[in-house]
Design a protein. Structure first.
Length: 216
């Protein structure tokens, strides 16, 4: 019993540490963005990524970035909500997560009002403000929550591990695609991931009050 209690404390502290680290990184990036519109870091990283551009990779990354659109997230939520046995365990948590992310990202974009990279660099049409990257932020939290739920709910560890790996790669590739396609600065994506880590840890901690691990 004591060992289990200590393990829970360790998990809680780890989540709190990651949430704090994510918020701190986001705050530092936000501070520099508020001070200078384009950072040297952005310029160097963007140029390196733009040098990778080719027709085949562009097609692939367009598909990946569209996977992270709000329409795709909404469709996933609708499917999970429509399946009765997944409605409460996956559907509602995923839908609530998506709504919270949308509200936060829209608020922050209006607060910072960072202009996107020059339209001549865009490989897709994209409006709105740049910081933080909504795709990077929302998909980090949304797919991160699905990963958490799968690892909490699925008894088959092989399946759970595959889902974790695939969605983890998707989270990274969606963020990378936003820079590659010219619609975001690297700090937009990094800031989105950092804030996403913070929010995901908070939401996961809240989930622990409502859902129990079936393996225990």
């Amino acid at each position: 019993m004591q060992k289990k209690a200590n393990h829970k404390k360790f998990i809680s502290r780890s989540r709190a540490t990651m949430a704090a680290a994510g918020f701190l990184l986001f705050s530092v990036i936000a501070y520099f963005i508020s001070s200078r519109e384009v950072l040297a870091f952005d310029t160097v990283i963007r140029q390196e990524i733009y040098n990778l551009r080719n027709d085949t990779l562009t097609i692939i990354l367009k598909v990946i970035t569209y996977t992270g659109n709000w329409q795709s997230v909404t469709l996933i939520c609708c499917v999970l909500l429509a399946i009765s046995r997944l409605r409460f365990s996956f559907g509602f948590p995923a839908a609530i997560t998506a709504v919270i992310c949308t509200l936060i990202q829209d608020t922050l974009k209006l607060m910072f009002q960072r202009i996107r990279p020059d339209v001549s660099l865009h490989l897709i049409q994209q409006g709105g403000f740049s910081f933080p990257s909504g795709h990077s932020f929302t998909n980090f939290v949304f797919f991160g929550m699905i990963i958490f739920l799968c690892r909490r709910k699925l008894k088959n560890r092989v399946t759970s591990n595959w889902i974790t790996a695939l969605l983890g790669c998707l989270i990274f590739l969606i963020g990378f695609s936003r820079i590659y396609l010219g619609v975001h600065y690297p700090t937009d994506v990094l800031g989105g991931w950092a804030l996403g880590l913070c929010l995901l840890m908070i939401l996961i901690s809240v989930m622990d009050f409502f859902q129990k691990d079936p393996r225990h």
